[in-house]
Structures are given as C-alpha cells and as structure tokens.
Ligand binder design. Sequence first.
Ligand SMILES: Cc1cc2nc3c(=O)[nH]c(=O)nc-3n(C[C@H](O)[C@H](O)[C@H](O)COP(=O)(O)OP(=O)(O)OC[C@H]3O[C@@H](n4cnc5c(N)ncnc54)[C@H](O)[C@@H]3O)c2cc1C
Length: 470
Amino acid sequence: MSQTKTAISNGASPGLQGPASTRFSSYEPPESRLNVIIVGAGIAGVALAGLLGHSGHNVTVLETAPAIAEVGAGLACAPNVSRLINHWGLNDRILKNATALKATNIVRWENGELLCSAPLMPAVQQRYGAPQYVIHRADLFGSLLEWAQAVAELRVNSTVVSVDFDIPSITLSDGTVLEADVIVGADGMKSVCRRMMAQQLGLVNQTVPTGDAAFRALLPVERIKDPDLRAFVTTEESTRWIGKGGHIQAYPIRNGTLYNMVMVHPDTGFTEESWTARASKAKILEHYGDWDVHRLGKLIDQIPDDNIMEWRLCQHEPLPMWRHGKVVLMGDACHPMLPYVGQGAAQSLEDAAVLHLAFNRIRTSTPGHLELLLKTYEVARRSRAEKVVSISGINRSVLHLPDGPEQQIRDGRFRAVATGGDNPDLFANLETQSFLLNHDPEKDFRDNFDVFVQEAAEKQRDIPAGVSSL
Ligand SMILES: Cc1cc2nc3c(=O)[nH]c(=O)nc-3n(C[C@H](O)[C@H](O)[C@H](O)COP(=O)(O)OP(=O)(O)OC[C@H]3O[C@@H](n4cnc5c(N)ncnc54)[C@H](O)[C@@H]3O)c2cc1C
C-alpha cells in the first residue's frame, strides 16, 4: 500500500467540497420544444430527461421496473463526468455522497504484494481540471432522478415491446401505444430499441460472451472488527488485485461505511447478462479461495451472503448506426462497456450531454432537421465511445495475464512506474488517461458542430434535399 493513509471523514471527501456548481441556466435555450419519449430510466435516460426537461422540452421516461429501487454498487466518476456534473449544476447534490480516492494500488493476486501505486486525487484534478471520485450507483442515480423528476414524467411498470421508427411510437406490453417527436432508446445492454433497430437494418443483434463474469458485493465496514483490516478498508484508496484470468477492484464508498468489491473471473457459464442475478460466497471462493488469503481472504469472509450479484460480461457487435428514422440510441444500448477502465456511466453521461445540445438546436419547422441532428449526435459520439469499449477490452488482457514470462515483464513495468515508467494498466496510463479524462463533450460538440453536421449530412441518405444548411 502507499504510505500516506487518510481516514474517511463524514460528508464528501475534503477535496470535493468546492464551490457550488455552474448554473444550468447558462445553456442556450432550445430553438423548438420537442415531445420526447425516453425508453429506460437508467443513468443515461434519467440524465437526458433532466437535461431536456430543464431546457423546456416535454419528456416522458418509460421504465420496465415496477419501482425505482436502490440498486447497484460503486461507480467511478472520472473528470470527463465530474466536469459535466459541474456544468449541469449538480455538484451540491452529488459531491456530498462522493469519495475522492487518493491512489490506485496494483497488487499481486497471490500475496497482495504492492506492484505499483498511481496517484488519483488531487493529482488527477490538477492534471485534468476536474475531480475524480467514486460513488454508490444509487446515490448518483438518485440525485439525477430527483433533478429529472422535477421536469419530466417517469412511468414505471412500462415495458416497451416494440418501436415504430417512422411515426415514431412505442408499444408497451399492455398494448398502449405512445407517440412523440423523437424516441430515445436508453434501455441498457439488453436493449429492445437496439434489437429492433438491428432488425430494421437487416442485421442480427450479436452478443458475444467475453469469457468473463463479475461478482459485485458491498461489505458493510461495521462488520469488520480486525483493526488492520478496518484501517485497510477505510483508507481512501482503490486496490486492484490482478492475477490469473481475473482481477478484483475494491474501494470504500458512502463516507467509508461500505467497501465496494467487483471481482472479475472466468465465466463458468452459469451466469446471465443481468444486473440483478444473485451469486453466493461459496462461488466467490471457488475463484479466489487462494488469492491473498491474509487480507483478501478475510475480506471475502465478511461479505454478507445475501448481497452478492454476478453478471456475465458480453460484447455487443457495434451497430453501423445509432439512429434510424426518428429513433436514436444512447448509453449501454449502443455501446455497452466492460468494467476494465471504469467508463460505463461516464460514456452514457457524455451521450446525454451531446444529445441535449443537439436537441436544443432542432428546428421542427425544417423537414428532416431532426434526423440530421440525431445523426450529428452519432457522428460526435460514436468513434469515441467505440474506442473506449476497445480500450477497456485491451485492459482486460493486461490485467488478467496468468503467471509466466509475460506476467513477469508486465510486473516489471508496474514496478518501474515509481521511477517514471509507463503504467501498463490503461486506467492509470497517462496517455490513455489523457484521451479518456481530458474530453469535454459539450465543448467538443460546440467547437466542431459545423464539421459534425457536414459529416452527418454526407452519411445520411434519407435527408431530404436542402436541409444540410443549419
Ligand atoms: C440494476 C442496475 C444495477 C447496476 N449496477 C451497477 C454497478 O454496481 N456498477 C456499475 O459499474 N454499473 C452498474 N450498472 C450499470 C451502469 O449503470 C450502466 O452500465 C451505465 O450507467 C450505462 O447506463 P444506461 O442508462 O445506458 O443503462 P442501464 O443503467 O442498464 O439502464 C437501462 C434501463 O432501461 C430499463 N429497460 C430495459 N429494457 C426496457 C424496456 N424494454 N422498457 C423499459 N425500460 C427498459 C432498465 O430496467 C434500466 O433501468 C447497473 C445497471 C442497472 C440497471
């Protein structure tokens, strides 16, 4: 472990108690007001609903779940997200539940040997101009939801079963048909909107298992009586155990009351691609029973058996387009992320930021303008999101090397980070970090709008003549 230990205080981590956020009202008002249906009240859908609703659009969010429950575990908010949260005026709601980790420590699976410690806060904020923090998914989601519900309608128990891309409209499982000016598919990794779009394009929506699955568990810190272990889990640092075919990422959240653990391991074929499938401690031990027994072993022992989830990690073949007719995809529905560089929520919030700006420029009186701007969003977002998916996949192979010559070379590189070497973990590698974390999607969209529109107009075949000029 790194030498500097900082205990967690109540409330936000000290480095996060900055000035109040930017005001949302600094956004330019929309040119036309739209009726928008968003399918899926996940992080992507709810963030977009808040942005569009606060800009004056009429928004309905349809969610299949019977109620909005406090689900999930820890999530990383890197500077590319925290910058947006600040722009949207949400710091006051979100930072109070966030934890600014000081370092990421890479340790060897077998014995917990520290291979490398990469600084996070405040170094990341100094480098990228916005903070890095971790948060319980329910706290981030709850804040976004409260903000969105003030300006948008949320309907639970509303499962979308089909989409008409031209009207556009959706049909719910009870037969209700709802029309809007535009439909946004934010329905996550098993998206119906995505599947139907693939069908419309004559494609098969292909899901390929990566060969990995992941356990998620939240360990209540109050259960830990061993003083050494307690000091370890309340230190504001992230630990990444790396080893044969898997890795474990663990860090404290919720003001140090919970220790979040994500455990990626070879998929034994019994898991589903689902956020709510349950697993057992016995199953965790099958995979990690011989990993760092003196520390990790004791931690696993303390995990409550009724609070373990497992999900199968799958890759989805990218669709050739994210827009068809008046329907557009966002978030995991179009670029499901793997958890190797902590960008799942981040990329869906980047989508929300850009779609919001695109919607605010739509002139409904101009035929074809909506379709063109939806395509412009896709042009602005797709190559970046797909690159992040690919970086995440590459990092998997770096972290999961079995013991042998390649692993020894990699570990030598980890040890050389202390003397200025490149970090082989892409999450902490400066070049990759700069690509991931320096990006401001709103600035990028505004600065390059004309170029994106031009590219969208060139790619788009179904835009009537004469609407490429905005
Ligand atoms: C229950 C849950 C727990 C999660 N826990 C974690 C976690 O601990 N750590 C982590 O890193 N990531 C977690 N995630 C994923 C993470 O939030 C997403 O990867 C990321 O934020 C992208 O969000 P999204 O909004 O695109 O997709 P999601 O967050 O998956 O949201 C999609 C939403 O659409 C709804 N939906 C799906 N199909 C339909 C339909 N046909 N009709 C209506 N609604 C539909 C789903 O119920 C869901 O609420 C979780 C996601 C969910 C849904």
